[in-house]
Design a binder for this molecule. Structure first.
Ligand code: SF4
Ligand code: MG
Length: 339
């Protein structure tokens, strides 16, 4: 069966008057129906841009340079090459998105009722009364105790946690096939974070919705996802099941990320963080491996030759020269490099 979402060789460039810079390169991701898939990386890793590309919401200055984003629902569509009109039918009904700060996604001038039911109005044919009932039911499902009151409220009358619940209700009201959540809990208190993640998980199971979770937080991935892609400086550097990534991380960057969360749990150790900064896009070209400036294992080769994606074990990829000895190059990535 075809995956629900199949991103192949996605590259995104930033265009200036003088020159193009590559920002996201060769992203390959497959998400099956009902799967919970995570992309983890620091800010500037390209994870949010990847999700904006899926939603066809990249800002003007950014352009998909190469690749396809195939969505397989009733029909097959390439979201990298789709008209604005077609995309409007996809958004909300087939794919919807939750952002980090609900205040930026909710319009302060309209009631929750208006905003919650708007997407239903676009996509489905219900009477006013039916829509209101669906809206109230959805608010109940996201754990809002007084849904009739909240329908009348404006966004500023709700707490941050409540607003994020409303966003989840809005995102799921048309029962989309895929929910993209970009740092959905980062702006919330820790106690509410866990509730919101649980809620998203429960509701996506209920509605058979797949989740693409975008986060800088490996803890969130561990709690919610089955598979994960680790992104660094615009590229996927490691991809596998969450279990394998946590138990046997292969890429030096992933190992660094894991050490930093593990030292958080262990108070006696000093907090570990990966030294140095993520390179900026104008520096990418000069580096073979984009992690070379921060990698404790970097060799000469790493500074002038881009590493291949190696299959380090079954269903586990890592983009690093250290695997030359232990693994074989993933066929697809070695073919691409040759051509
Ligand atoms: Fe480190 Fe080299 Fe591997 Fe890059 S290719 S992660 S610099 S060892
Ligand atoms: Mg982001």
């Amino acid at each position: 069966m075809k995956p629900l979402l199949n991103i192949e060789n996605l590259s995104i460039n930033y265009m200036t008057n003088k020159k193009d810079f590559n920002i996201v390169k060769d992203v390959n991701i497959k998400i099956d129906e009902r799967m919970k898939y995570g992309i983890v990386g620091e800010s500037g890793s390209g994870k949010s841009l990847t999700s904006l590309a899926i939603m066809n919401l990249l800002p003007e200055v950014l352009k998909i340079q190469e690749g396809s984003i195939e969505l397989n629902t009733d029909s097959t569509k390439d979201l990298a090459n789709i008209s604005k009109k077609e995309m409007r039918k996809v958004r909300g009904r087939e794919i919807s998105m939750i952002f980090q700060e609900p205040m930026t996604a909710l319009d302060p001038l309209y009631t929750i009722e208006y905003q919650l039911l708007e997407v239903l109005k676009i996509h489905k044919t219900y009477s006013k009364k039916e829509m209101y009932k669906i809206g109230v039911d959805m608010l109940k499902k996201v754990g809002i105790a007084r849904p009739d009151q909240v329908m009348k409220d404006y966004p500023h009358q709700l707490s941050g946690g409540m607003r994020q619940r409303v966003m989840i209700a809005m995102a799921l009201i048309c029962q989309p096939k895929l929910l993209i959540a970009d740092e959905p809990t980062t702006a919330l208190d820790v106690t509410i974070q866990a509730q919101i993640l649980d809620l998203m998980n429960e509701l996506s199971d209920l509605h058979n919705t797949a989740i693409l979770m975008i986060t800088h937080d490996l803890g969130v991935i561990l709690e919610t996802c089955e598979r994960v892609a680790v992104m660094y400086a615009g590229q996927i550097v490691e991809e596998s099941t969450v279990e394998k990534i946590f138990e046997e991380p292969a890429h030096p960057y992933t190992k660094g990320l894991l050490s930093s969360i593990r030292s958080l749990g262990n108070k006696s150790e000093e907090l570990y963080s990966i030294p140095g900064n993520v390179p900026t896009p104008d520096q990418y070209q000069e580096l073979g491996c984009r992690f070379a400036t921060r990698c404790p294992y970097a060799m000469d080769q790493c500074f002038n030759q881009e590493p291949l994606m190696y299959q380090v074990q079954d269903d586990h990829l890592s983009k690093c020269w250290l695997h030359v000895e232990e693994g074989r190059a993933n066929e697809r990535s070695s073919e691409r490099t040759r051509s």
